[in-house]
Design a binder for this molecule. Structure first.
Ligand code: PGA
Length: 274
């Protein structure tokens, strides 16, 4: 992949937001499978002459795969970035089973997903925990990818943006202006259901989230922050989301486990406008 520069998130030229397509593998693919997958993904995108500077590509494998992915990406100089799906809010110490942000930084992780709805619902993560994990990630030099989203019940009771905005505000309180972070709006009812939000719904909430960032951290930070949509994103619906002015990418679960499908999502520009 000579001539392709590795994208490390953040540094967008002229204030433009570089779209990010991120694959959340959840608890899928062991470390051997992760090597084969990342290799195939890189080949597929290279074959398609994907411009990694125009659309950044990230994968989020399980913790036990990260060392293998690091070794592959660094040995073959692949222009794919990666991160973990969770992180401890604590500094290294007596926390059995936890993984410190420093350890992820040592593995050259660029990002870390924080507050995914599965963590919030299955592991009782509160807004306070999400905020503390975000602080820990930033302290280690990682870019937090903060997930927010409403349940079907929230949607009915409070409308679409109230809960995601409140979840984001709980984190924004502790962030300084200029912080490099990514937000993923993932309606809980759309995750793994095959029933994605409409592009207009995603835009409406993304715009409310950007307004919340602007209010707390200023317009410049709001303009520079990427807001992704997640929830049943596939190759055949990505283009509609990417046409929205406040949607800067996607967090893809199920469809990120198929090399060709994920590669087609990354190359959405080929099917935008058709
Ligand atoms: P899905 O998951 O694409 O399978 O709906 C999205 C996510 O949970 O990040």
């Amino acid at each position: 992949m000579a001539g392709v520069t590795t994208v490390r998130g953040g540094g967008q030229p002229q204030g433009a937001r570089v779209p990010l397509i991120a694959g959340n593998w959840k608890m899928n693919l062991d470390h051997l499978q992760s090597i084969a997958f990342v290799q195939k993904l890189a080949w597929s995108l290279k074959d398609a002459r994907h411009d990694f500077g125009a659309v950044e590509v990230a994968v989020f494998p399980p913790f036990t795969d990260l060392r293998s992915v690091q070794t592959l990406v660094s040995a073959d100089k692949l222009p794919i970035v990666y991160g973990a799906q969770d992180v401890s809010r604590h500094a290294p110490g007596a926390f059995t089973g936890e993984i410190a942000a420093e350890f992820l930084a040592k593995l050259d992780c660029t990002y870390v997903v924080i507050g995914h709805s599965e963590r919030r619902t299955l592991h009782g993560e509160t807004d306070e925990v999400v905020a503390a994990k975000t602080t820990a990630a930033l302290g280690a030099g990682l870019i937090p990818l903060i997930c927010v989203g409403e349940t079907a019940e929230d949607l009915e009771t409070h409308g679409a943006s109230a809960v995601p905005v409140a979840q984001l505000n709980a984190v924004l309180e502790s962030l300084p202006k200029g912080t490099d972070f990514v937000v993923a709006y993932e309606p809980v009812w759309a995750i793994g259901s095959g029933q994605a939000a409409t592009p207009e719904q995603a835009q409406q909430v993304a715009s409310a989230l950007r307004a919340a960032i602007s209010e707390r951290l200023g317009e410049e930070t709001a303009k520079a922050t990427r807001i992704l949509y997640g929830g049943s994103v596939k190759a055949d619906n990505i283009a509609g989301f990417m046409r929205q002015p406040d949607v800067d990418g996607a967090l893809v679960g199920g469809a990120s486990l198929d090399v060709e499908g994920f590669s087609a999502i990354v190359r959405y520009q080929k099917h935008v406008g058709v």
